[in-house]
Design a protein around this ligand. Structure first.
Ligand code: ATP
Length: 218
């Protein structure tokens, strides 16, 4: 699903990612661990093309990333953020529906799928709630539904538990792993937390100062 070869990324004179070689198969789950500033978000941003300008190769589903039109990438990849990135003035339903709108799906074609996903994550009946009426764990579940709406083949999650207490963080990782297994999704989850990686033994890369130093299957 993701193949990275000899990837280097610089911000001006500063080298942020150095000679990365990574492979995530379709339907595979992996953590990406590393301290603040090690380059994790930069890698994720390159993968969903929020930023560009790199050397080396990034392939998504067998195609060089630069050859994939942005709208196609948005269908293939669902992204989840630490800060949830929900719009305060829109309801849960409207926030989720935005993901369909950007790829041209009408509301009426999304209703059943949104309801199915809300039920799956335990948020049935909360469609009309606004973000300020939800807990952090609930907000992240809304963001997960939004990321799943277009039936992506890959989910990228940038520190999805960073704003949650440790029990809720475990709940969210457990949910992501269940969804990943049910839908045969490839999933790359960035975390600072050694505890979460120990709790959910999985493939885990460790990034130290822009280099991936371990690639282990536990
Ligand atoms: N737009 C930018 N311009 C210049 N330098 C940047 C830019 N974005 C990130 N950096 C630098 O690149 C390095 C890696 O940052 P990145 O955000 O990828 O780290 P991270 O591992 O995700 O950190 P955190 O866990 O705190 O989010 C840092 O030293 C950061 O200061």
């Amino acid at each position: 699903m993701i193949r990275i070869q000899s990837l280097n990324k610089r911000y001006g004179e500063r080298s942020v990612l150095q000679d990365l070689n990574m492979h995530l198969a379709p339907g595979e789950f992996a953590f990406l661990q590393g301290r603040s500033g090690s380059g994790k978000s930069t890698l994720l941003k390159l993968l969903y093309r929020d930023i560009g300008d790199f050397s080396g190769q990034i392939e998504i589903a067998g195609k060089p990333i630069e050859s994939i039109p942005k709208y196609e990438l948005r269908r293939k990849i669902g992204v989840i953020f630490q800060s949830f990135e929900l719009l305060e003035r829109k309801t849960v339903f409207e926030n989720i529906a935005l993901a369909g709108e950007v790829v041209g799906v009408s509301h009426s074609d999304m209703v059943d799928e949104i309801n199915r996903l809300l039920l799956r994550v335990g948020l049935q009946g909360r469609e009309e709630a606004f973000p300020d009426q939800l807990s952090g764990g609930e907000l992240q579940r809304v963001a997960i539904v939004r990321a799943l709406l277009n039936r992506p083949a890959l989910i990228l999650a940038d520190e999805p538990t960073g704003n949650l207490d440790s029990e809720t963080a475990s709940d969210i990782i457990r949910l992501l792993l269940e969804l990943q297994a049910e839908s045969q999704l490839a999933m790359l989850v960035v975390t600072h937390s050694d505890r979460l990686v120990a709790e959910f033994p999985s493939k885990a890369w460790k990034m130290i100062e822009g280099r991936v130093t371990a690639n282990e299957l536990i």
